[in-house]
Write a protein that binds this ligand. Structure first.
Ligand SMILES: Nc1ncnc2c1ncn2[C@@H]1O[C@H](COP(=O)(O)OP(=O)(O)OP(=O)(O)O)[C@@H](O)[C@H]1O
Ligand SMILES: [Mg+2]
Length: 264
């Protein structure tokens, strides 16, 4: 694939247990087990799985936030195993990351506007650039349908969980990432605002951004992504088109996930 953005190769990840003394030997959790997939430009991959299946760990590993011991992660053809510190920071700049918890991911004492422009101001300097950052933030916040009277407010005092999530998405988009990692970006939205957030993301994907979308919502996965992988205890137990995963799941675990969906 010439336009490969991300390639995860046989990635395994283990966390050492914290309470070793209770068990007498090092207990460890296998958070990821031989996970492989690839993603190209303008491609979206849904990562589906129940709580504790390893979804967040996968995104953190891709961002280089966890030590890489087994397997490899290639970003734009560059192996994480042989990246220099400069290459790593250049690659981080090309990636956006929307953390799962919008309460800890935004600087609480900043205003909404400052929280969105901060990544821009770190990279771009000068008065003209500052203006451009503000104008980008304004258009992103309008696109995210965040009421204008909240823009000058402080994140800590004035925003609901769903509003924080929309600010977090705007903050992740301001540098126009080529790869966006989204961890349950709509978990706190209601049905209508969920659709709006997904539309904003899909517009970027239409323009060439690659996206990994973590969700435990199979309907959302089907709406936002053509392909998906299903994780269970860190292993890919099912993979394929999201349409097929939802309507005609072949694996027992996916069938159980689908059977647990609410029906009208
Ligand atoms: N920092 C850590 N230290 C120890 N164990 C961890 C750590 N982070 C995750 N784990 C373990 O790794 C496994 C996968 O966790 P992860 O957060 O990736 O799950 P998840 O699929 O994102 O779940 P959720 O849907 O609840 O967010 C879990 O068993 C968890 O307890
Ligand atoms: Mg998670």
């Amino acid at each position: 694939m010439t336009d490969a953005v991300l390639e995860v190769k046989n990635l395994s990840l283990r966390f050492r247990g914290r309470y070793r003394f209770l068990r007498g030997r090092a207990a460890s959790v296998k958070a990821l087990d031989a996970v492989s997939f690839s993603l190209g430009r303008g491609d979206t991959l849904a990562v589906i799985g129940e709580s504790g299946s390893g979804k967040t760990s996968l995104l953190r590993a891709i961002m280089g936030l966890l030590p890489l011991r087994e397997g490899d992660i290639e970003l734009w053809g560059k192996s994480a195993r042989s990246m220099s510190a400069d290459e790593r920071s250049d690659i981080r700049r090309r990636c956006g990351y929307v953390l799962q918890d919008p309460y800890s991911s935004l600087p609480p004492t900043m205003s909404v506007m400052d929280a969105v422009t901060e990544p821009w101001n770190i990279v771009h300097h000068g008065r003209g650039k500052r203006e451009e950052g503000l104008s980008r933030a304004r258009s992103l916040l309008s696109e995210m349908k965040l009421p204008e009277d909240l823009w000058p407010s402080r994140v800590r005092y004035s925003l609901s969980g769903g509003q924080r999530q929309r600010v977090a998405v705007a903050r992740a988009l301001i540098l126009e990432p080529e790869l966006l990692l989204c961890d349950e970006p709509t978990a706190m939205q209601d049905i209508s605002t969920r659709g709006e957030v997904i539309e904003v993301l899909q517009r970027r994907v239409g323009a060439g951004m690659a996206m990994v979308l973590v969700t435990h919502d199979l309907f959302l996965a089907r709406r936002a992504a053509r392909r998906g992988i299903v994780l269970n205890r860190g292993m890919i137990v099912d993979a394929g088109g999201t349409e097929q995963l939802l309507l005609n799941p072949s694996h027992e675990y996916t069938r159980a996930l689908v059977a647990a969906l609410p029906r009208i």
